[in-house]
Design a protein. Structure first.
Length: 357
């Protein structure tokens, strides 16, 4: 294996061994605290343009299977790990971790002191970095910040079933969200991120789900009005980026966290019951608390650690959003009822749509 380096824009250098696709790569360096689920994480479109640091010390021990990819094409910039296991032990394994990286064309670096790297990110805030054979951080290329356009489908994708019809607006959706809807009996039409209300109407859905996705939600400002109109006409559920977009569409603001929430162990408090749920999360932005119009939205969930907003519900319309991933994969399934309740609401409302007020 070839020696390589992770060099941060702030000057820190981490030495390791290059794995996967051997090439120089730039990206935003983030970390994920999940103990399992590395395959789902590395194929999640929400990581577009980012380098994932896995906090768990050994990666690759159960290999790669044919079932758990969350996206068709990879968009992450790199992977950073501590100990690499090249001899996976699982009956479904078809590849090793490093073979998967090479297959999808993603560079990685192993043998890194990831504990020190995570401490550095927590102290510095999320920083950009480069994986390279050279020990020097040169001027990083300008990256196209509008990742949603890159990861979103370019055509309609239709999945027939016997239940209510859901339009899934693709900002970079995880396959597990689609699978969860199909498991509840829904018919699903996946549509591009820039789909208009009139185009949604032509599909005659019973409800709309706004998906997760990468990047700054303000990049989608030109579509805020269209998102608001769609949510005023159909029962709507927003997940992760979809949650932020709904809030922004109704006049709220978002801000970037110092180092984000990424992992399968984030506690959130369900305010109506007082119960704490463990959730899977992957986001770098949150809705600003003071920007919420309390006459429009109720806060339904809060993060136990930093008290940030984790869920909203419209006071009058059937609109709900959550910052975390109720479908999990990877992560706990404590909040899967949110998806189930959404589908149940569609079943009970039938063809009745909710016109703007």
């Amino acid at each position: 294996m070839e020696q390589g380096y992770l060099i941060l824009e702030t000057g820190e250098v981490f030495e390791g061994t290059l794995i996967g696709k051997i090439k120089e790569s730039f990206g935003e360096v983030v970390f994920n605290t999940s103990m399992t689920g590395y395959q789902e994480i590395m194929t999640d479109p929400s990581y577009a343009g980012q380098m994932i640091t896995f906090c768990y010390p050994i990666i690759g021990n159960y290999g790669i299977n044919q079932l758990d990819d969350e996206g068709i094409n990879p968009f992450l910039s790199g992977v950073i790990i501590s100990d690499l296991c090249e001899t996976p032990s699982h009956y479904q394994a078809i590849q090793s971790f490093s073979e998967k990286l090479e297959t999808i064309g993603v560079p990685g670096i192993a043998g890194v002191d990831t504990r020190l790297l995570v401490k550095t990110i927590r102290a510095r805030g999320t920083v950009k970095g480069v994986i390279s054979k050279k020990k020097v951080y040169e001027n990083a290329p300008v990256q196209d910040a509008f990742w949603v356009e890159k990861v979103s489908t370019k055509k309609y994708l239709t999945y027939k079933n016997n239940g209510p019809h859901v339009v899934l607006v693709d900002y970079g959706y995880k396959k597990s969200i689609l699978n969860a809807l199909l498991a509840e009996g829904c018919s699903v039409t996946v549509v591009p991120f820039n789909t208009t209300l009139q185009q949604v109407k032509a599909l005659r859905p019973d409800g709309v789900l706004l998906s997760n996705g990468p990047g700054d939600p303000m990049d989608l400002q030109p579509w805020f009005l269209e998102i608001k109109k769609i949510s005023q006409h159909y029962p709507t559920l927003g997940i992760c980026l979809g949650h932020q977009l709904l809030a922004l569409a109704y006049g709220a603001k978002t801000e970037k966290l110092a180092y984000g929430h990424r992992g399968g162990n984030h506690p959130v408090k369900e305010l109506f019951t007082g119960k704490v749920k463990m959730t899977a999360q992957n986001h770098g932005y949150v809705v600003v608390d003071d920007s919420i119009n309390k006459n429009i939205f109720q806060v339904t969930y809060r993060n136990v650690n930093d008290h940030s907003i984790e869920g909203l519900r419209h006071v009058h319309l059937p609109i709900q959003s959550v910052q975390f991933h109720p479908e999990a994969h990877p992560g706990p399934s404590d909040t899967v009822h949110i998806l189930k309740d959404f589908v149940t609401r569609l079943t009970s409302t039938g063809e009745v749509h909710y016109a703007a007020t």
